[in-house]
Design a protein around this ligand. Structure first.
Ligand code: A2P
Length: 338
């Protein structure tokens, strides 16, 4: 059986550590793993696959060893600099950053939605933004059946999506909150306290008043669904939840639908778990989605203000399905195509 060499870049970060965890759960045909991070972490020992691995500093020569795949989770600047070097050396890069997502020559892939894009790549494959991934998993079967006319996204996103500094702001916030301390100099990531608060501000603001996170959701959804003119609007909000993003998604369709049939389609779609029983107060929750790779969908109800529309509540683990697991699923698909 063919075996592969895999580089994990950003192995010490929030996403990178989950990449290692998900790889441990899988039984991929891998002969060698090498873990990379910045010079700050070089020499650090990480236990992985029952062994101790020494983290190596990422340099321009890191890919001289002949890797088959590299999973990058080290931010956009690192990806922009090192992904082309890796791919020139024959290594296929699956990149978790936003560096290449909107590049028309780079496939942007969610394996349940557009796996066919993996057949033609130029050495770099982009992993979509976390909030986009869970949304399109839920929307794909509905797009196929009823043809989407318009989407309104409203998100409730966990602090883990903001990396280690975002988590620290949340954890340190409790102390400041209890002490009624107005000093915000402890904040490392956010513009305002995230503890006991909701911040309608993820990533930077753009000239049109949207944030970059909102723009990412809009543009990436259009690219993945191959609907460049699809009408979409979004408000993305950071909430004081440690893990798992929740999303309210309002969708209008071109075609009419039967609600039971629509629910049935969601229930039988890959990686979707429908949790939707108002009688038993059963609906998707961030605390239940944490640690899972599925996308949980509930509160499915007709939007009575339009002729054909629904509201959905969609929850998924943003670090697993929204980043690490989706990237590893892409690697698995590429191995199948090899
Ligand atoms: P390090 O821990 O050595 O700084 P997070 O998003 O949780 O902050 O994680 C970011 C990840 O990206 C970390 O593993 C970090 O390594 C890594 N990283 C940041 N900058 C670089 C770089 N220039 N080269 C390689 N890895 C980097």
């Amino acid at each position: 059986m063919k075996t592969y060499k895999i580089a994990v870049v950003g192995a010490t970060g929030v996403v990178g550590r989950t990449v290692l965890k998900v790889l441990e759960e899988k039984n991929l045909p891998v002969s060698e793993y090498v873990l990379f991070a910045s010079s700050k972490s070089a020499g650090k020992k990480v236990s992985f696959m029952g062994k101790e691995y020494v983290v190596q500093e990422l340099t321009e020569h890191s890919f001289d060893k002949g890797f088959d795949f590299a999973i990058f989770s080290a931010g956009g600047e690192t990806s922009k600099k090192y992904s082309p070097i890796a791919s020139q050396k024959g290594c296929i890069v699956v990149d978790n950053s936003n560096a290449f997502r909107m590049d028309s020559t780079v496939p942007l892939v969610v394996p349940e939605v557009n796996p066919e894009e993996l057949k033609s790549h130029h050495g770099i494959i982009a992993n979509p933004n976390c909030s986009t991934i869970q949304a399109v998993v839920a929307l794909k079967p509905l797009e196929d059946a009823y043809h989407i006319k318009r989407i309104v996204y409203s998100t409730y996103q966990a602090v883990s999506g903001a990396g280690a500094k975002g988590i620290a702001d949340y954890q340190n916030g409790l102390k400041h909150y209890l002490e009624k301390d107005a000093d915000t100099s402890y904040l490392q990531k956010f513009a305002h306290p995230i503890f006991n608060n909701c911040l309608p501000h993820i990533d930077v603001f753009l000239e049109n008043g949207y944030t970059k996170e909102e723009e990412k959701m809009i543009n990436e959804t259009r690219k993945i669904l191959k609907r460049p003119d699809l009408k979409i609007t979004a408000t993305t909000v950071r909430v004081p939840v440690m893990n798992a993003h929740s999303e309210s998604i309002n969708v209008e369709f071109e075609k009419d639908f039967d609600l039971d049939e629509l629910k049935n389609k969601l229930e039988h779609s890959p990686s979707i778990i429908v949790e939707d029983n108002p009688q038993t107060e059963d609906y998707p929750l961030a605390i239940n989605a944490f640690g899972h790779d599925e996308v949980f969908v509930g509160r499915i109800r007709r939007d009575e203000s339009v002729s054909s529309g629904i509201n959905l509540w969609v929850v998924a683990d943003n670090i697993r399905k929204g980043a690490a697991s989706n990237a590893i699923q892409i690697v698995e698909k590429l191995m199948e195509l090899n």
